[in-house]
Write a protein that binds this ligand. Structure first.
Ligand code: ATP
Ligand code: MG
Length: 423
């Protein structure tokens, strides 16, 4: 006997009793994206390793320790995408979509990061990514927030999420800030952990993003970037806030919000929840104006966010309702070869007449009793019964599986009107 092969740690199957939750969320996402004029783009799962190194930044958690990188048969270094922004930008540059144009785009799908698996943190997980190119003002930054708010509302989870915002200024402004930050952390060197000590030279801002609770206090005391912002950055941030205020979106300014990726500038934001323990960030994003040039494009502007589908779905109330809503309406039972043949044909005719009907026909034989068991297990509201008598009389028996109602018999010609009432 051979051992069973199991899934890779941190990479999960989504079984059929869970896919209705996903489909519900996906349907809402599509609708809301369309409501704001965002168009879908589909991208490869694998890109050149160089793309992520250049965009996400060498000294980030993702590039330092989380990427699934492998050598292709011809020796190229490839990586399973750990996020979507870099690939989306690569595609748009490659196809000339960025020059003097504005685009609103979204994508969704699997991302891969070699992290320590735990609740809300997986090695294969799924994101919805939204990117807006070629719009420099704070109006588009605010639009992304409104779009998020609409998503939360339509999913009935708005009360569980709060918005945190910050401005990271420009590269120059961050450089001025960096000096002050290094001075501060150097003065508190003994309180830093190993990762942070290493980052002190290479990327001190990242220390602010540390998840180590022992560092919280020293991070709280660090100088903030707001003091270094120039007029243009401040005006952008004020414009962003003004639009949120006008739309009645509550938020908190979190001066220590820096995000884990290198490419952000000016606006950054996170939607966080208290309901998921340590993995509380559901959606995160911001502006990354410099990235396009960094990837070889002309100077252009970009802003976007990514949301974690697993964490979002975890926030849904009464998720079982989506599974129930996906059950078959009816389950057709037909014992005996002749009735089974006739039943399959009738079922096709009913499906022709009622495209929205979810009808399962029993397959695999067996007596009435075992077929009823299956019908019950399918979650169907009614069992349709075709026995030899019914076949002869051109009728169908109807048994309600979820309500106390008497079994009845309808003529085959009346059945479609009946089925219409249970869809
Ligand atoms: P975290 O701080 O939780 O590690 P991050 O800053 O690495 O998140 P982003 O790269 O901004 O996350 O990704 C956006 C969103 O994708 C996160 O807010 C989260 O909801 C989701 N996400 C990121 N990594 C994972 C993961 N390993 N498993 C599940 N969801 C994830
Ligand atoms: Mg992370």
């Amino acid at each position: 006997m051979s051992d069973k092969i199991q899934a890779i740690r941190g990479m999960h199957d989504i079984l059929p009793d869970r896919t209705p939750h996903w489909q519900h969320v996906e349907a809402v996402l599509r609708r809301v994206m369309a409501a704001y004029g965002y168009r879908e783009i589909r991208l490869p799962l694998v890109e050149r390793t160089e793309l992520f190194k250049r965009s996400i930044g060498e000294v980030t958690d993702i590039v330092e320790k989380e990427m699934y990188t492998f050598e292709d048969r011809n020796g190229d270094s490839l990586t399973l995408r750990p996020e979507g922004t870099a690939g989306c930008l690569r595609a748009c540059l490659e196809h000339g979509l960025l020059h003097n144009q504005a685009h609103r785009l979204w994508y969704s799908g699997a991302m891969f990061r070699h992290e320590r698996p735990q609740k809300g943190r997986y090695r294969q997980f799924h994101q919805l990514g939204v990117e807006a190119y070629g719009m420099a003002g704070p109006d588009i930054d605010a639009e992304l927030i409104l779009l998020c708010r609409r998503l939360w509302r339509e999913l009935d989870i708005a009360h569980k999420l709060e918005l945190q915002i910050n401005s990271l200024g420009t590269v120059e402004e961050r450089l001025a800030y960096r000096g002050k930050l290094v001075d501060y952390f150097r003065a508190h060197f003994d309180r830093l952990d190993e990762d942070s000590r290493r980052r002190l030279e290479s990327n001190p801002l990242r220390i602010l993003d540390s998840k180590n609770p022992e560092l919280r206090e020293v991070i709280e005391g660090a100088p903030v970037l707001a003091g270094e912002l120039g007029d243009a950055s401040r005006a952008h941030f004020d414009g962003f806030r003004k639009r949120l205020d006008a739309a009645g979106v509550p938020y908190a300014v979190n001066p220590r919000l820096v995000r884990g990726l290198d490419y952000y500038s000016r606006t950054v934001f996170e939607w966080v929840t208290q309901e998921l323990g340590a993995q509380g960030t559901v959606c995160a994003g911001g502006r990354y104006d410099g990235l396009i040039e960094q990837l070889g494009g002309k100077d252009s502007t970009a802003v976007g966010f990514a949301l974690g589908m697993e964490r979002l779905i975890e926030l849904l109330d009464e998720p079982e309702r989506f599974e129930t809503a996906a059950h078959p309406h009816a389950y057709l039972i037909a014992a005996g070869e002749e009735t089974e043949l006739a039943g399959a044909q009738l079922a096709e005719a009913w499906r022709d007449a009622l495209p929205a009907l979810r009808l399962q026909t029993h397959c695999g034989g067996g007596g009435f009793k075992s077929q009823f068991k299956r019908a019950d297990k399918s979650g169907a509201a009614v069992a349709l019964i075709l026995g030899e008598d019914e076949l002869r009389n051109r009728t169908v028996g109807i048994k309600f599986l979820r309500e106390e109602r008497e079994q009845s018999t309808l003529s085959q010609s009346e059945l479609i009107s009946f089925l219409r009432t249970i869809i």
